[in-house]
Write a protein that binds this ligand. Sequence first.
Ligand code: THG
Length: 266
Amino acid sequence: MIIVGEKINTSLKGVSEAIKARDVEFVKGRAIAQAENGANYIDVNCGTLINEEVEALPWLVRTVQEAVDRPCCIDSPNHLALAAALKEHRGKPLINSITAEKERYENILPLVKEYQAGIIALVMDDEHGMPKDAETGITVGIKLIESLLKDGVPLDDIYIDPLIQPVSTSAEMGLVATDTIRGIRKAYPEVHFMCGLSNVSYGLPKRGLLNRTFLIMCMFAGLDGAILDPGNLEMMGAIRAAEVLMNQDQFATNYLDAFRKGLLEF
Ligand code: THG
């Protein structure tokens, strides 16, 4: 599994204040903790600082990469903020995100090409918005993959996000996500998937239990990446266990390594 650490996000408590104050130690501390807990990418999102995003996002990238040798997942719908942040980035970045909406697609595609970045593609277009059923999600997802391929983005750089929606508002949303992943995976077995998880449990108690159970369902459907809190050891333990059980961890090397580091909780 490709783990993207979600803890540098101004929608989280205390983060907005720290970033406004350009608190280097706060940001570095979060980056280091997430890398130590197994993050492959560090997500950086300061979307709530609307007037400041174009300055704050590149500062975040620079500060994170001074602390850890991990690439960033640069999380913004704003192509100007993305462009400024990409200028600061070393290594191969992951851009979060593009959609099939005409304007967003046209604004963000040139950045993907210029930086040969990985790209998270949300299954959303001008006609459908957020898909209510798997058939729509699969159609929009395949349309996005075909556009990106035609525009010269390698399949291995594409990460489809099935857009997780709460099961509390619409009971079938868990299965819509897994069916969407399965359907797109069938057409493009080599494409990657990436999603956040916490939306699924919105409005219900013990959200961690729902998020973790849902992640394993999605992995069985073909999910190979997730945006989550790598400090959530129950979640990370479940992932390491599922990797063993799905033959994605030969000789349980990573499972045993996590065990030795005291990172396996349940
Ligand atoms: N898809 C894509 N990008 C995304 C999302 C997505 N970016 C933003 C968001 N969704 C993912 N990021 C977060 C960040 C923080 C939280 C949820 C999603 C959050 N964390 C809690 C905390 O840290 O307190 C709980 C974490 C836990 O204990 O597991 O609320 O869907 N492409």
